[in-house]
Design a protein around this ligand. Structure first.
Ligand code: TRP
Length: 467
């Protein structure tokens, strides 16, 4: 089953889109195993109309494992070019670099303050380092940075920042997704006052995706030095294929496809008919040299066009930069206002509103309705008016400067609830007017009764706050 089909099968996607998010740590150069195991299935999944996909270069994570700036820089570029060359459609998906989203490290801190140290002590990557140190008679934390220790919190911020429902990852990352869920739920519990700021993400493991064997038959991995390059030259591809280890059966001797990892590699890229024909020919005594030639042709056919695209992109890094900047803008249209709400939730609020709320009496301060102002990506300022329960009652129109927000909110309170000028339009919304100018809109409501009730709630909230 494809990734997209799995998402659909796991439900909750009938009416709503499912947000899929995954990060790629930028330390290496992608090889054929990465392509079959992660890149190809992700790109296929992103074409599903129910999917709202977020893919990003986890370059802050890369810094945890690598202190070679040149390697970091080269890997980010190569990985970006690889995904684009393989057909990622940046109009459809949101494709960005983690390090272009300053809201992510900011959220990391908010989450760090609710994540239990005991929880992080149990993270596999950290535990493996500790076990290794102890086995070698070293101090338990020798060589362990805070980056490594806090790795799951940064990853939780990646996931929770965009409220991802499904997170496609390898098995080694399941624990991190579960930690993200724990940390998000804890935040909701502490600060949500009934509101679920964060949805609970789930790891998505694609069973059917090929784990490719490398040249020597072990899992293809850079750490085994047994990889086949993805976008090397055709000659490099041919040389790698020629180095695939086979048994010593001579040409003419029957060969068993199932015990040959060369066949496993072939099958990952072939149609069912091609694989069946290859299997039959091996059984009929096809020479290994000939078999390698066929595998080379198959791979070259699959990759040649993307390789050309890749090489063209690598010649124009400025264009890749532009695409990633556009992706960051798109991502921050979600991240910036959401982080504003989270700051608000934990008590990092403007003093301008504090004066109003304090006027309502200290005890009430926590539970009162409130104005939340935030800055839009285009530099303008807006506010939301939230009820004590956290319901959004109004979203303002944009203002050029933050002072205007303060002036408008102060005047609304000074006017009092009954004087608020609300206009219900034909549709499902109402608007708020001040001096003949529309200053804010309500959310959409399903029925005229719901609209009426929302107006009453707004007046009640303003009245309570203005007291
Ligand atoms: N840690 C992941 C890995 O090494 C990469 C990653 C970082 C990630 N942030 C993420 C994956 C968020 C999914 C979601 O594979």
């Amino acid at each position: 089953m494809g990734l997209a089909a799995m998402v659909a099968q796991q439900g909750d996607s009938r009416t709503m889109t499912t947000r899929i998010l995954t990060g790629i740590t930028t330390t290496g150069t992608p090889h054929l195993g990465n392509y079959a195991g992660a890149i190809r299935p992700a790109i296929v999944a992103s074409r599903d109309s129910d999917a709202d996909s977020f893919y990003f270069l986890a370059d802050y994570h890369a810094l945890i494992k690598c202190d070679d700036p040149l390697r970091i820089q080269r890997s980010r570029l190569e990985i970006a070019a690889t995904w684009l060359a393989c057909g990622l459609d940046i109009e459809r998906v949101t494709f960005y670099r983690q390090s272009d989203i300053p809201e992510i490290p900011e959220l990391t801190w908010l989450l760090t303050c609710v994540a239990g140290k005991g929880l992080l002590n149990r993270a596999h990557a950290y535990k493996a380092s500790v076990d290794k140190n102890l086995a070698e008679g070293e101090d338990a934390d020798a060589g362990v940075t805070m980056g490594l220790f806090s790795y799951p919190v940064l990853m939780a911020a990646d996931i929770l920042m965009f409220n991802a429902n499904k997170v496609p990852v390898g098995r080694d990352q399941i624990q991190h997704v579960e930690m993200a869920r724990d940390i998000g739920q804890r935040f909701n519990h502490l600060f949500g006052a009934g509101r679920e700021y964060f949805v609970a993400p789930e790891a998505l493991i694609e069973e059917s995706v090929a784990t490719l064997p490398g040249l020597d038959g072990r899992k293809m991995s850079k750490s085994y030095d047994n990889t086949i390059p993805l976008f090397g030259s055709a000659k490099q591809l041919r040389d790698a294929v020629n180095r695939i280890v086979t048994d010593s059966r001579a040409p003419g001797e029957p060969k068993d496809a199932d015990s040959a990892h060369l066949f496993t590699l072939f099958q990952a890229f072939a149609s069912a008919e091609q694989a069946a024909a290859f299997r039959a020919d091996l059984a009929g005594g096809l020479a290994w040299g000939e078999a390698k030639q066929r595998l080379f042709e198959l791979l070259d056919g699959e990759l040649a066009q993307a390789r050309e695209h890749y090489n063209a992109l690598m010649q124009k890094p400025g264009e890749i930069e532009d695409m990633l900047q556009a992706g960051a803008l798109k991502a921050r249209r979600i991240a910036t206002p959401f982080l504003g709400e989270l700051r608000e939730a934990v008590g990092l609020r403007s003093f301008r509103e504090q004066v109003q709320v304090a006027g309502a009496g200290k005890k009430k301060a926590v539970k009162a309705a409130r104005f939340v102002s935030f800055r839009e990506q285009d530099g303008s300022f807006r506010f939301r008016f939230l009820s004590a329960e956290g319901e959004e009652l109004l979203l303002s129109r944009p203002f050029a400067d933050p002072k205007a927000v303060g002036v408008v909110t102060a005047r609304l309170l000074a006017q009092g609830a009954d004087a608020l000028e609300l206009r219900a339009d034909e549709g499902a919304q109402f608007t708020l007017w001040l001096d003949g100018e529309c200053v804010a809109d309500s959310p959409a409501h399903a029925t005229p009764e719901a609209l009426e009730a929302a107006m009453l709630r707004l007046r009640a909230a303003v009245a309570a706050l203005a007291e």
